[in-house]
Design a protein around this ligand. Structure first.
Ligand code: ADP
Ligand code: GN1
Ligand code: MG
Length: 348
């Protein structure tokens, strides 16, 4: 680890490093140096991100572009991640044990796994809205697709069916009940799939992983810096809005076991909607806006299906804390998807 860290252009010498944050994908560490500089050091999950070089080019391009775009738009509240280069002027280091990268650590900012107030939700959502707006003149097709078909429902279903075929005894499978829900639930969500598949709305640069803990807030709880840029690629606004809703406006955590506690909180939804629309102001079409409420149900379903497929496949993708963790996450997200569908008319 020390050898790897020393490949990067850091100020001072290594004082300490420790595991940091609770992302499901990368291995993240906070590094402190002898000159009290702080860095965010990550081992990239190469199983998930096959083209590390392409992904890092995306991140470099977007982080180079954003500061001047925020300036141009007079958005002074938003910061941008800054990559630290290696001594060989690369933005990542390939070691025999994997791929590594480093960012400035934003010591004055902090992410929350669960929002503490509606104000925080408003501010976090506004940051994601600003992110979309600031990148509106950036050609999405200049970015590589880091995970193909990431939010494509048709692909996710096909992949799930493929995994299901390999299971010998479906009747006594622990996920039998969840498998029985897939068809009917997915059919109700097809309108969002069509928006992208039939090009009914604009393709944009989207973040695609707008969980509440992927935005850093300041001490006044104002959203200030969108992070976790691995999945920034072409998409539609519904992926960002929907993922924000499902991860921020639920009354319980993503792996809450008591499903009676899992529902969409309307006040949180209102706060998220107001914040996002304030940030993304004037960017969205009438069709974009019409389908925003349904996007929450769509993204909750996509996540539930991905958790289910990973569980059926032996938990290869997501980090888990216990054997049935992915199954529990699936139950939770399917419940949330149903709940959003139940409330759809009010949310509209
Ligand atoms: P993952 O892809 O595994 O979710 P993230 O890039 O989101 O990894 O990082 C994990 C956590 O580390 C984040 O939720 C956040 O709390 C923290 N984090 C990431 N980047 C920074 C940074 N530059 N400054 C401060 N904290 C950060
Ligand atoms: C992963 O990396 P993280 O923890 O922010 C996943 C998202 C899921 C999320 C579910 C690249 O996000 O798509 O919504 O877990 N990221 C990737 O919590 O698969
Ligand atoms: Mg993250």
């Amino acid at each position: 680890m020390i050898d790897i860290i020393n490949q990067f252009n850091i100020e001072g010498e290594i004082k300490s490093y420790e595991i940091f944050g609770i992302g499901h994908i990368n291995d993240t560490y906070k590094l402190i140096t002898t000159t009290d500089q702080e860095y965010l050091f990550q081992k990239i999950n190469h199983n998930v991100f096959k083209d590390v070089s392409g992904m890092m080019k995306n991140i470099q391009r977007v982080t180079n572009y954003l500061p001047s775009a925020f300036d141009r738009l007079g958005i002074s509240s938003q910061e941008t991640l800054r990559l630290i280069q290696t001594h060989h002027k690369e933005n990542y280091f390939h070691h025999k044990t994997g791929y590594f990268r480093m960012f400035d650590f934003k010591s004055h900012l902090k992410s929350r796994d669960v929002p503490e107030s509606e104000d925080q939700i408003f501010e976090g959502a506004k940051s994601y809205g600003f992110f979309l707006k600031a990148l509106s003149d950036f050609n999405p097709f200049n970015l590589i697709v880091t995970i193909a078909d990431f939010h494509n429902l048709d692909y996710r279903i096909r992949n799930y069916e493929k995994v299901k075929l390999k299971i010998k005894n479906l009747k006594s499978h622990p996920a039998e009940k969840q498998m029985a829900l897939v068809k009917s639930l997915s059919q109700q969500l097809l309108p969002i799939w069509s928006l992208d598949a039939q090009s009914l709305v604009q393709k944009r640069v989207t973040h695609n992983d707008t969980k509440f803990n992927n935005v850093l807030l300041d001490e006044m709880s104002k959203g200030c810096c969108v992070i976790d840029l691995d999945t920034v690629m072409p998409g539609i606004v519904h992926y960002d809005f929907g993922d924000g809703i499902r991860s921020t406006c639920c009354t319980a955590a993503e792996d809450e076991l008591d499903l009676q506690c899992v529902s969409l909180d309307r006040n949180r939804f209102l706060a998220f909607k107001e914040g996002y629309l304030e940030g993304a102001k004037d960017e969205l079409s009438a069709t974009d806006i019409e389908f925003l409420p349904l996007s929450g149900a769509y993204m909750a379903f996509i996540m539930g299906l991905r958790f289910l497929t990973d569980f059926m496949e032996g938990n290869r993708y997501y980090k888990i804390n216990y054997p049935n963790h992915n199954l529990d996450r699936c139950k939770n997200q399917f419940k949330l998807s149903y709940d959003i569908l139940d409330q759809l008319n009010d949310l509209k």
